[in-house]
Design a protein around this ligand. Structure first.
Ligand code: CA
Length: 424
């Protein structure tokens, strides 16, 4: 697919700092507000936000038949509902206006009110999430968990290589980066010789994930094939699926995760379009045994996106505890969506589907503290000398991600949350 805005040769007249997540080839969509501006749609460029409501008001995108309400909006859902072709035209037009060879916007009298400094803006949850699904699609992660809790010789359960295993999560507690999360309380039974207790979780963990946002709905009864799937995926966000391992361990049999997983999941504020990530497609792991026909696909469907997690205590130096990559997914997003809908389950605009914890084959690539500290047996030593087996109160957990190639670096912006003490 030849997308104009993805051309690595493009440069912008807007200043882009070195290593910015937001060059002219990215142009992700988000929702922001300022002290004087109500929530609205913006596009990130360097350290600025293009206010699309003002861009629309000034007539720069008038030939595309948008309405003010598409941009003067609390969420991206209405804009996504116009379809990917329309979003592609919009992104191409914004790219044209920001191109260093174009002076339409640069010399416009409206320029002042169309650009907002990121540091003066508050980013809001970009998508109204109707339903949230969490997959379990990293083979290295699933293997590590199987080795730790079951049988090293049969670490993967019998179904794992035949389908992208997942569960239905909860949408109400998905929050935007910068939202702090209280340590959850609940039932645990770490010592099986005594009855369960009610307490604050002692094993609070992050999960390094990437989620995709559904941009096109289906009717109940319909299925999406792997070849159609990309048309339904608007874009991606970083996703920290906070998990209380002790609560999870006691509650999860037989119906799976419940309260150990639904007290807070944090996403990065900018939805990076699947279009912008097109140049970063790579092959995934070879799938053996052969998958059923409805899970077969052609072409590269994984994405080379470098991911990292930093833990930073208050008033102390942080430490990068994980450096993984989205390319390590065994099941790709097209297979996940095909599997999710194969039974006729419908999807809606704004639905969010997370990858599951993304671990790579090496220990420094593990995507959760459970694996990094290997069930508490290999604590991480922080720069201040303290140890981490899981997250402490007042630790800030930061996920970052970017793809890079041909001198272009497409990033997501930080996905940040601070762990507050339990609220009794
Ligand atoms: Ca998860």
């Amino acid at each position: 697919m030849n997308i104009r805005a993805n051309n690595p040769e493009l440069t912008s007249w807007v200043e882009i700092p070195a290593n910015s997540d937001f060059p002219i080839q990215n142009l992700p969509f988000g929702i922001f507000k300022t002290q004087s501006l109500s929530p609205r749609v913006g596009v990130a460029i360097g350290e600025k936000i293009v206010d699309l409501f003002e861009l629309y008001n000034a007539g720069f995108i008038s030939k595309y038949d948008f309405e003010a309400s598409h941009f003067n909006n609390l969420f991206l859902n209405d804009l996504m509902a116009l379809g990917k072709d329309k979003a592609r035209k919009l992104r191409d037009r914004i790219s044209e206006l920001l191109d260093s060879t174009n002076t339409e916007l640069k010399e416009s009298v409206h320029r002042g009110k169309i650009f907002v400094n990121m540091r003066e803006a508050t980013m809001l949850l970009p998508v109204k999430v109707g339903d949230y699904t969490d997959f379990y699609s990293s083979m290295d992660h699933a293997t590590n968990v199987g080795v730790m809790f079951r049988d090293p010789a049969n670490a993967l359960l019998p179904n794992w290589k035949h389908m992208p295993v997942g569960y239905h999560g909860r949408a109400s507690s998905i929050v935007v980066s910068g939202t702090n999360i209280h340590r959850p309380k609940g039932q645990t039974r770490v010592d099986e010789t005594i009855p369960p207790v009610y307490e604050a979780s002692k094993r609070l963990d992050f999960e390094l994930e990437v989620a995709f946002v559904i941009g096109k709905s289906t009717h109940l009864g319909d299925s999406i094939s792997t070849s159609q799937a990309e048309d339904y995926i608007f874009g991606l966000v970083l996703f920290n699926d906070l998990s209380a391992r002790d609560i999870q361990q006691w509650e999860y049999v037989p119906l799976g995760p419940f309260l150990g997983k639904n007290f807070g999941s944090v996403i990065s504020p900018w939805v990076v379009t699947l279009d912008a990530l097109e140049p970063f497609k790579v092959e995934g792991y070879e799938q053996d045994p052969e998958v059923l026909d409805y899970l077969k696909y052609t072409g590269a469907k994984n994405y080379d996106i470098k991911l990292e997690v930093e833990i930073k205590p208050d008033n102390a130096e942080g430490k990068i505890v994980s450096a993984s990559n989205f390319k390590y997914m065994y099941w790709n997003m097209c297979q996940q969506l095909a599997h999710h809908t194969v039974n006729g389950c419908n999807v809606n605009i704004g639905d969010m589907m997370a990858s599951g914890t993304i671990s790579g084959p090496d220990a420094h690539e593990y995507g959760s503290m459970l694996e990094i500290a290997w069930k508490g047996t290999k604590p991480v030593i922080m720069p201040d000398g303290t140890e981490r087996r899981f997250l402490n109160d007042n630790d800030t957990c930061i996920i970052r991600g970017h793809a890079s190639k041909d001198g272009v670096r497409i990033g997501f912006g930080d996905c940040t949350t601070k762990i507050l003490s339990a609220k009794f």
